[in-house]
Design a protein around this ligand. Structure first.
Ligand code: FE2
Ligand code: FE2
Length: 139
């Protein structure tokens, strides 16, 4: 399914996906908790949608990891600590911007169309999350 990939390249990709799965699980749990702190129904809905995206990213990458390595993905990490609402939004804006960069690098380093599409879609979701966080911080 995954064409000609060097051994080093393959291990590096598998390691990055492994780390990404943990990150996505943590992000999903983070937004689940942050949604409870949202001051309005609109904000809560926006944050819940982001939580849903992150859980979906984790599951998609788990599937990819299993197909790629034949091994089990990492176990679900401990739920993260969520601080004060506005400060949490600011921290997430930085984290989402970093996530965009992370998936852009994976996208550019991967020649397999199936994987590229996955990384591209996730990257776009992370861009959307950053924009939604700016909206939540502004209004
Ligand atoms: Fe994500
Ligand atoms: Fe995100």
């Amino acid at each position: 399914m995954y064409p000609a990939m060097g051994c080093h390249e393959y291990h590096e990709l598998a390691t990055k996906i492994y780390e990404a799965i943990k990150m996505e699980h943590t992000d999903g749990m983070y937004y689940d908790q942050l949604a409870e702190k949202a001051p309005t129904d609109e904000a809560r809905q926006i944050i819940k949608n982001m939580a849903r995206d992150e859980h979906c990213h984790a599951h998609t990458l788990e599937m990819v990891y299993k197909e790629l390595t034949g091994m089990n993905p990492p176990p679900e990490p401990q739920p993260p600590q969520v601080g004060e609402y506005t400060e949490a939004l600011r921290q997430r804006l930085k984290a989402e911007t970093d996530a965009v960069e992370f998936y852009r690098e994976l996208y550019l380093a991967t020649h397999n169309y199936y994987l590229r599409d996955i990384f591209f879609r996730i990257m776009n979701d992370e861009i959307e999350h950053a924009l939604r966080l700016i909206y939540l911080l502004t209004f």
